[in-house]
Design a protein around this ligand. Structure first.
Ligand code: FAD
Ligand code: UQ1
Length: 416
């Protein structure tokens, strides 16, 4: 049993970014993270598209976490925030003065009947969302000889809400270059009722969908896959969950997701299972010594690394204030970003806030497909991530936005 000033649970994007900022605490700070490997997940879209190698997304956790602090290589299995304590799978307990929860979102592949079986046994079924299955996507695309190429979006909150369609655009383009496109249907079956939550970018994406002859079925939620019959069955949420079978020749699945089970059964969460935070301060609504960031939180914005980047600086500032006996300041405007890759050279770079209003960094319209923003996504973001964010030196692009707009950029009003 051990005791720390600050314990961070989760050493992914948000956890490592905060750990780097707290590295001067040395052995007074610990990160609880079970995995040997740290992933830069945003690049998986390009791995699935055959445009980057998987290895570029992976680094040893040991090299990403600051060496000054303690790494507890284990899982948190129980939270006891009333005792400032948590339990590890080893049975050990860890005490803390302050807790930062950054556990990410859980992939619930098993909630779709037959899906794991299909992912394991059918080369035509893939999923960019998991390190286990992302390497199947490009081979499946190459093997596809026509018929139905189906891309799914589940009926739950997910991380990077653009990713389920980004891989579809890359596939559609690939099929045109190999001459398979004429005898294939590219189909987006989404449980949502819109293509994207921010109107400006949804309108832009609708144009892409039309010009590329893609079929979109809204309110279609994947319920089962029978890979022996090459069939995926969807529930039509608009028609009393009527089951609609689709034959597939290539199937890219975005699984249902939810908060990590350990959190769901803790007292840290709201009724949806998400760590219940003040949306402007990132401080817990009930436990003032608990903070959180990233995908496992109640923050009503898009679950992205870009959002976690904007959050990590604010979390650090407010945690430091609270540690000194001061109050947390409302600072977070909900900034999130989603680079909507529409081809192997173009991107619509969505950036927005809690009000789902665009909040763009560049002084040009990011709602049109551009080579520049593709270049940022594919070549600049990974460098920012590994060289700056993981070293505690990237809090999102807000500063650049202000400079590039000569101080004229809009700022979001933060109501109490
Ligand atoms: P994660 O980075 O997932 O880290 C969570 C960590 O918690 C993991 O290391 C995990 O091992 C650990 N953990 C889990 N359970 C426990 C436990 N019980 N005890 C201890 N530790 C635990 N974002 C963008 O900004 N732009 C993009 O273009 C983009 N594209 C994406 C494309 C794909 C295909 C995917 C999958 C994601 C994409 N994202 C993108 C989203 C981005 O990767 C996530 O939003 C981001 O990683 C969230 O950070 P996090 O720290 O909340 O969670
Ligand atoms: C960002 O800051 C970030 O975190 C590193 C991402 O994660 C990969 C992003 O995808 C984006 C778009 C941003 C925002 C940064 C700029 C320069 C617009």
């Amino acid at each position: 049993n051990s005791k720390y000033k600050v314990v961070i649970v989760g050493g992914g994007t948000g956890g490592c970014a905060v750990a780097a900022k707290l590295s001067s605490l040395g052995k007074f700070c610990a990160v609880v993270e079970p995995s040997d490997l740290h992933y830069y997940q945003p690049i998986w879209t390009l791995v699935g598209g055959g445009l980057k190698g998987f290895q570029s997304s992976v680094r040893p956790t040991r090299e990403v976490l600051p060496s000054s602090i303690d790494w507890i290589q284990d899982k948190a299995v129980k939270f006891e925030p009333d005792n400032n304590s948590l339990e590890l799978s080893s049975g050990d307990k860890v005490q803390y003065d302050y807790l930062v929860v950054a556990m990410g979102i859980q992939l619930d592949y098993e909630k779709v009947d037959g899906l794991l079986d299909a992912l394991e046994n059918d080369p035509a079924v893939a999923s960019n969302y998991s390190p286990r299955w992302v390497n199947k996507t490009f081979p499946a695309m190459q093997e596809f000889r026509g018929g139905n190429a189906i891309f799914t979006y589940p009926n739950t909150p997910i991380k990077c809400a653009g990713a389920p369609q980004k891989i579809m655009y890359l596939t559609e383009e690939f099929l045109r270059t190999t001459g398979v496109r004429e005898n294939s249907n590219v189909i987006f079956n989404t449980a949502m009722g819109v293509i994207f939550g921010v109107k400006k970018y949804a309108d832009a994406l609708q144009k892409v969908i039309q010009s590329r002859n893609i079929q979109v079925n809204y309110k279609h939620s994947l319920v089962s896959v029978d890979h022996k019959k090459k069939t995926a069955i969807f529930a039509n949420l608009d028609k009393d969950n009527e089951l609609v079978p689709f034959e597939y020749d290539f199937l890219h699945v975005t699984p249902p997701m939810s908060s990590p089970d350990v959190l769901k059964k803790s007292t840290l969460v709201n009724e949806g299972g998400w760590v219940d935070l003040n949306k402007h301060t990132l401080q817990h609504t009930k436990y003032s010594n608990v903070f959180g960031l990233g995908d496992c939180t109640s923050l009503p914005t898009s679950k992205t690394a870009a959002a976690a980047a904007a959050q990590c600086g604010i979390l650090h500032q407010n945690l430091t204030a609270v540690m000194k006996g001061k109050n947390a300041t409302p600072l977070y405007d909900g900034y999130a970003s989603c680079p909507l890759i529409t081809s192997r050279e173009k991107c619509i770079l969505a950036e927005f806030d809690y009000n789902l209003e665009p909040l763009e960094t560049l002084p040009i319209n990011q709602g049109v497909e551009r080579r520049l923003t593709y270049g940022m996504k594919a070549y600049i973001m990974p460098v920012i991530y590994w060289q700056a964010m993981m070293k505690g030196r990237w809090n999102g692009p807000a500063m650049f936005r202000k400079i590039l707009h000569l101080g004229m950029s809009r700022s979001t009003k933060l109501e109490a």
